[in-house]
Write a protein that binds this ligand. Structure first.
Ligand code: 48H
Length: 255
């Protein structure tokens, strides 16, 4: 019995990993924007792998505002929430609340059930950059990264790479620093996140969700950081709509 359990896990995991060595879309970060994008892309028939540094996918969803596990969403983001079967309560002024444990769990389940595969505890430490385009991600176990062990990573090739890494926009940072590229922002570089201004931040999150360079896309707080948007705190409509928008952009480009 002991051998059967270990064997089943190893066989299934490595079959899953091998099947995703080359994908249509590699998504870095299983926060709300990355999970919505994963869901929409997989639902449209694309092969999608999500790489999440932490053990638990969900990004900043779980903690709500200051660990009060409720978040606010706006009326125009309700279709996304409804797509995932997540329940909500009406507050006022076209604002609604969601239990963030249900939101995180719902987004994870929705992305998985649509066919996206999530590799948790896996960090993206570099990009593939060939023929003047981003062509994949370089991955390493998070514990190896955290322990600072000198271990070479492995590579996932992809037609599109989505930087859904949140505030630090890690993938775009790698692309600008290591590949030395100029991206689609006013300065051609990462502009840096600005302070709190909810309405502006929410609008900017969606507006700055875009293709930054051939093969490289950005969503969520990473989009804000890259394009110099304001932050907005525990309101998640912009993240959900950003995930939906970037999926549409990638689908158009891959068509
Ligand atoms: C693998 C990585 C790597 C890496 C990071 O921050 P997130 O929740 O992402 P978004 O942008 O979808 O949502 C942002 C939202 O949660 C938020 O922070 C808001 C609304 N803030 C407003 C404010 O004012 O502060 O998730 C990103 C995920 C995390 O789980 C990271 O662990 C993961 O990406 N990640 N995974 N390899 N190199 N970098």
């Amino acid at each position: 019995m002991e051998e059967k359990i270990s064997g089943a896990i190893i066989r299934r995991y490595f079959a899953k990993l091998e099947k995703h060595l080359t994908v249509d879309v590699a998504i870095v970060g299983a926060g709300p924007s990355g999970l919505v994008a994963a869901h929409d892309l997989a639902r449209a028939g694309k092969q999608v792998a999500v790489f999440e540094r932490k053990l638990a996918p969900g990004g900043g969803t779980w903690g709500g505002g200051m660990l009060f596990n409720e978040a606010v969403i706006q009326k125009d983001a309700l279709p996304v929430v409804e797509d995932f079967g997540v329940s909500y309560l009406e507050e006022n002024d076209d604002l609604y609340t969601v239990d963030t444990v249900e939101l995180a769990a719902g987004l994870i389940m929705g992305a998985r059930k649509a066919g996206a595969v999530i590799f948790n505890s896996v960090s993206v430490e570099d990009i593939v950059f060939k023929n003047d385009a981003v062509g994949g991600v370089v991955i390493q176990w998070t514990p190896v990264e955290r322990l600072g062990m000198h271990v070479d990573p492995i590579v996932i090739t992809a037609k599109a790479v989505l930087d859904g890494s949140g505030h630090p926009s890690e993938v775009t940072s790698l692309a600008t620093k290591k590949a030395g590229i100029s991206i689609d922002t006013l300065s051609g570089q990462i502009m840096g996140e600005r302070p709190m201004w909810v309405e502006e931040g929410e609008a900017a999150t969606v507006a700055s969700t875009k293709r930054l360079y051939p093969g490289l896309y950005v969503s969520g707080m990473a989009a804000n950081n890259v394009s110099g948007g304001f932050r907005m705190g525990p309101i998640f409509g912009g993240m959900l709509k950003s995930g939906r928008k970037v999926a549409e952009l990638i689908l158009q480009d891959l068509a």
